[in-house]
Write a protein that binds this ligand. Structure first.
Ligand code: ATP
Length: 250
């Protein structure tokens, strides 16, 4: 099933066109990897999907972006609800300078939840989903910034999961992590895809090949090729895709 349908999307930062006529369908409960050289528009595309671009002045979007059949750029869209449904994890782990518990409880509290027992449940469930519970269950009230980088990134994933999103956008979520933490996050992604639709930007070709079901290759704001990851990595149709994945440029 298509979770996200993008049709003829153009994105401008003032006069600069960062995305050009992008049409793509993102499948539910799959991991879609976005690859391509620096500046090709991967992060911009990710930000289109939860309207984070609204926060950047001078941004203009043309075309259609539909999630569950609804145009997220239509006038009636509630952007707060959209961002709850479409959560984002960034390149550098960015926990709040608060306790582990308060980091996770933050989103649910913002959405009005006060019941301590329910919050406790959400904190435990989210940390378990993010494969961090065993490591932190005895120090939930310790500062989140005392965790290792890899643990902090799993905490940030748990923080997003706490508000029960359906889509997870991840912008190079392991690029600041060591190989062991990277493997843990990759395992986690494979686990999470049973319940979530995941879109991940990565500069790491092996990572894209290891974790994703489908891959989209961007170049200079265009979507050059999109398909099953296995096909993209073994017999791409476009010479530019082949050049990129074999490391001949980028
Ligand atoms: N806020 C902005 N204002 C103006 N131009 C921007 C802005 N953000 C990005 N751009 C430009 O849009 C293009 C695409 O940028 P984007 O960050 O989406 O690329 P990317 O593929 O994610 O790159 P990287 O891999 O380096 O993160 C680049 O030319 C960039 O300079």
């Amino acid at each position: 099933m298509d979770k996200v349908v993008v049709e003829n999307l153009n994105l401008y930062y003032r006069d600069f066109q960062a995305l050009k006529n992008i049409t793509v369908n993102i499948k539910q409960h799959e991991i879609t990897a976005l690859i391509g050289p620096s500046g090709c528009g991967k992060s911009s595309f990710l930000r289109v999907l939860n309207r984070m671009n609204d926060l950047i002045e001078g941004t203009r979007v043309e075309g259609k972006v539909m999630i569950d059949g609804e145009d997220i750029y239509s006038k009636g869209t509630d952007v707060v609800n959209l961002r709850k449904k479409v959560g984002m994890v960034f390149q550098r782990p960015n926990p709040f300078p608060k306790s582990i518990y308060d980091n996770i409880a933050y989103g649910p509290r913002i959405h009005g939840l006060r019941d301590k027992r329910k919050l406790d449940e959400i904190v435990e469930r989210s940390l378990k989903q993010a494969a961090l519970w065993e490591e932190v269950k005895d120090r939930l009230y310790a500062p989140a910034l005392g965790l290792s980088g890899g643990q902090q990134q799993r905490l940030c994933i748990a923080r997003v999961l706490a508000v029960e999103p359906e889509i997870l956008l991840m912008d190079e979520p392991t690029s600041a992590l060591d190989p062991v933490s990277t493997m843990k996050i990759e395992e986690l992604l494979r686990e999470l895809k049973n319940n979530y639709t995941i879109v991940i930007v990565t500069h790491n070709m092996q990572q894209a090949a290891r974790v994703s079901d489908r891959t989209a290759f961007f170049l200079s704001g265009e979507l050059v090729e999109y398909g099953l990851t296995e096909t993209i990595f073994t017999k791409p149709e476009d010479q530019r895709t082949e050049d990129y994945i074999t490391g001949r440029f980028g």
